[in-house]
Write a protein that binds this ligand. Structure first.
Ligand SMILES: Cc1cc2nc3c(=O)[nH]c(=O)nc-3n(C[C@H](O)[C@H](O)[C@H](O)COP(=O)(O)OP(=O)(O)OC[C@H]3O[C@@H](n4cnc5c(N)ncnc54)[C@H](O)[C@@H]3O)c2cc1C
Length: 425
């Protein structure tokens, strides 16, 4: 059983790129200009692979305001204290020096799909033949009105974009007196990284168990139940973190009182915290709105899963957390990487005047750290269905860990090193 799982994980790790581009080693005839907005998991991967698969013929410019890539995966371990923010930070240097990607450190402020230009905060304009948007998520602050200003957001943290907020939340946990309560509020799905909030609760509990044993972790979930790896997380809270973690479902947050760190809910009583972590509801980042590609519930972007081109606006492709997901597809780094490879292969093909691969396959594995070493995973395989014109989970593929274990901890750290190298090295 263990061998089978290991073999499966090895196989999908090795095969994922190939599966995305059968028959497409390189497309030498391609040329043109591609602009990528966002140098995160989706954008950086797409940029690198377009350069590689076009043998350097397609000109690729990435627009990204951050000076380095900071990974959300593994960042919950910074909250637990077993990792530092430097451990999840990777330079963009290889993307530029090894792959010839042009990196513009700026923010895209507007897209003109008719003129095919992107406007930057600096005033510069970038023309494109194809535009790739992978800008991640924005928070819907209107759903938590008291947090709709910078002052309040500096006090009640989300830490759902790794970086300064991750470090600041760790500082709040360290400053909290023993005997305090850490409250994490989880939005109604869909949101970025379904198991991420539950992993975070485990990491904070791991820290409390060692450093502040009288303290508690209270999970207030907007959903009716744990949205990913439920039995595995519940077992961990009942055994590894007995008396530390408490889980309450159906807590849809309506607002907070910033001064008293109190969370307010649609139905349940308000809860006061010593450290309050609010993960607000999310939608595609603002630049997607400017490009006119937000099509689903005024939140997400529908795409053609053969190319990741917007169903509404031609020549604009959308990747990662911003898209309206297909059935069973999580909003994850692994999935954003897979979107990027399908899209990169399609863009190279289209710019060479060829048809994209008609049957792409995508894979996903999400590891969650229960302690600093013990890990559980969920994985799945998704294939394009020609009749239904969408991506569907492959019957019988994937699954979850039987129990947390250290071997999967090693796999998880290797997964992170591997995807950082795949994206940026
Ligand atoms: C705590 C946590 C843990 C997680 N753990 C895992 C995990 O273990 N495994 C996993 O697979 N996934 C995990 N995820 C999910 C994963 O991080 C996201 O799904 C992934 O980052 C999505 O990739 P993306 O390219 O859509 O967005 P991102 O990686 O967020 O990249 C978006 C980029 O766009 C840039 N940007 C935004 N707007 C603009 C603009 N206007 N102009 C220029 N640039 C712009 C941003 O600066 C950012 O760099 C986790 C998430 C969190 C929060």
């Amino acid at each position: 059983m263990t061998m089978q799982r290991r073999d499966f994980l090895k196989t999908i790790g090795a095969a994922s790129t190939v599966a995305a581009i059968p028959g497409c080693a390189t497309m030498g005839g391609a040329s043109g200009k591609v602009v990528v907005i966002g140098g995160g998991y989706g954008g950086a991967t797409a940029a690198k692979y377009i350069r590689m698969w076009s043998e350097g013929r397609i000109d690729v410019t990435v627009v990204e305001p951050n000076p380095a890539f900071i990974s959300c995966p593994i960042s919950n371990l910074v909250l637990g204290g077993s990792k530092q923010i430097a451990d999840v930070t990777v330079s963009y240097d290889n993307l530029v020096q090894r792959h010839g990607v042009k990196l513009v450190r700026d923010t895209a402020t507007a897209v003109d799909p008719d003129k095919r230009t992107v406007k930057l905060a600096s005033g510069q304009e970038l023309p494109y033949d194809r535009l790739i948007l992978s800008p991640g998520v924005d928070f819907m602050w209107d759903k938590v009105p008291s947090l709709n200003n910078a002052d309040a957001q500096a006090k009640i943290l989300h830490s759902w974009k790794a970086g300064a907020q991750t470090v600041a939340l760790r500082d709040q946990l360290v400053a909290m007196p023993d005997g305090g309560i850490f409250v994490i509020s989880i939005p109604v799905a869909p949101y970025r990284c379904p198991p991420g909030p539950y992993e975070r609760a485990c990491q904070v509990a791991w820290y409390f168990k060692r450093a502040k044993p009288k303290s508690k972790v209270l999970i207030l979930d907007g959903n009716g139940d744990v949205t990913s790896k439920g039995p595995l997380f519940k077992k961990a809270w009942a055994e590894e973190y007995k008396g530390i973690v408490e889980y309450r479902a159906n807590h849809v947050l309506t607002d907070v009182d910033v001064a008293t760190r109190t969370a307010k809910f649609e139905v349940q009583d308000a809860v006061k915290a010593d450290v309050l972590n609010v993960i607000p509801p999310q939608r595609a980042s603002a630049i997607a709105r400017s490009a006119g590609v937000v099509t689903a519930n005024d939140r997400w972007c529908d795409v053609d899963f053969l190319t990741f081109e917007s169903v509404k606006v031609k020549n604009i492709h959308v990747l990662g957390d911003s898209i309206q997901i297909a059935t069973g597809m999580p909003k994850s780094a692994h999935m954003a990487n897979q979107h990027a490879k399908v899209c990169a292969a399609a863009v190279v093909a289209l710019l060479a005047g060829q048809a994209p691969n008609p049957t792409p396959v995508l894979t996903n594995t999400c590891y969650s750290f229960i302690t600093d070493k013990d890990v559980v995973h969920v994985c799945s395989v998704h294939q394009y269905d020609k009749e239904k014109k969408t991506v569907l989970p492959v019957a019988g593929s994937g699954g979850v860990s039987p129990a947390m274990n250290e071997l999967e901890g090693q796999y998880a750290f290797n997964w992170a090193k591997n995807i950082w190298a795949d994206t940026l090295a």
